[in-house]
Design a protein around this ligand. Structure first.
Ligand SMILES: Nc1ncnc2c1ncn2[C@@H]1O[C@H](COP(=O)(O)OP(=O)(O)O)[C@@H](O)[C@H]1O
Ligand SMILES: [Mg+2]
Length: 259
């Protein structure tokens, strides 16, 4: 349903942040894009959700297609209406608003069935249900991330974009977020997640991509990427726990991109 086709992005006159990027995401699948700091992960998310121009960026080349239709000239409001929700990096919840007020803010374009959406949200996130009257600033980091994701779901998206949901969270909380992502996917939503945490991303993903300096350097099924020697060294070796690495034991050949 989402196809990023040969997209290049530039901010101002700087070097390209993305170069000829190809990527697909589809319903009921988790697609993970893994890369280090500055690889272009957030740029990709902003291009897909239509907020790139707010940061002075533009799609210079290629196209972003939603169900075969080009959408890269549309703004964020139109894209939310078409079913794209973007949960940005750094879980920007409204600190002084309550949990429920944060959720209502996410539903601004979907006034209809607000109560139903809230009920669905509380059914999925019991921690938010218990704390619905509390200000968001009082939540833990993990709870704030859950609130940010729940708020993204309030618009009833077909495609959910998650920008580094594991950032700064303890391993146990990261596992909970991963389980949550799997649940959202199992509900039929397409999930596109970008992460520095390859262990987390490739544990929950169906397919994945490795992004370096704005280019896709590797792609494959998540199992293939977990087994890739280069990925293990670069992204799993240093930070992966013994347990994580054991889960990534199976080996498989891999499609290499020649950029
Ligand atoms: N608003 C901006 N203006 C100019 N350059 C930017 C801006 N945002 C990001 N960049 C540049 O684009 C590249 C990719 O950044 P980003 O997409 O934020 O990477 P990541 O999310 O993978 O850390 C980096 O070189 C970064 O310096
Ligand atoms: Mg980023």
């Amino acid at each position: 349903m989402l196809e990023v086709r040969g997209v290049s992005v530039r901010y101002g006159q700087g070097a390209p942040a993305l170069t000829a990027l190809h990527l697909r995401a589809g319903p009921g699948r988790v697609t993970a894009v893994v890369g280090g700091n500055g690889a272009g992960k957030s740029t990709l998310m902003k291009a897909v959700s239509g907020v790139l121009s707010f940061d002075g960026g533009r799609v210079e080349d290629g196209a972003i297609l939603l169900d075969g239709e080009p959408v890269h000239r549309l703004g964020p409001t139109a894209l939310v209406r078409r079913g794209i929700a973007h949960v940005p990096e750094g879980r920007r919840v409204f600190a002084d608003l309550t949990v429920e007020e944060n959720l209502r803010a996410g539903a601004a374009v979907a006034r209809k069935a607000l109560r139903t959406r809230l009920d669905e949200s509380y059914a999925m996130f019991d921690v938010l249900a218990r704390r619905r009257r509390q200000r968001a600033v009082l939540l833990s980091g993990g709870e704030q991330q859950m609130l940010a994701i729940a708020r993204g779901l309030m618009s009833g998206p077909r495609l959910l974009l998650l920008d580094e949901p594991s950032l700064g969270l303890a391993p146990l909380v990261v596992e909970r977020i991963a389980a949550l992502i799997a649940r959202i996917r199992d509900g039929g939503t397409a999930v596109l997640v970008v992460e520095q945490n390859a262990a987390m991303a490739f544990s929950v993903a169906d397919e994945g991509y490795v992004l370096e300096q704005g280019k896709v350097v590797l792609s494959g099924t998540a199992a293939e990427l977990r087994a890739d020697e280069g990925v293990r060294e670069m992204y799993l070796g240093g930070s992966g726990t013994a347990d994580e690495l054991r889960r990534f034991a199976d080996r498989a050949p891999l499609a290499r991109w020649s950029a």
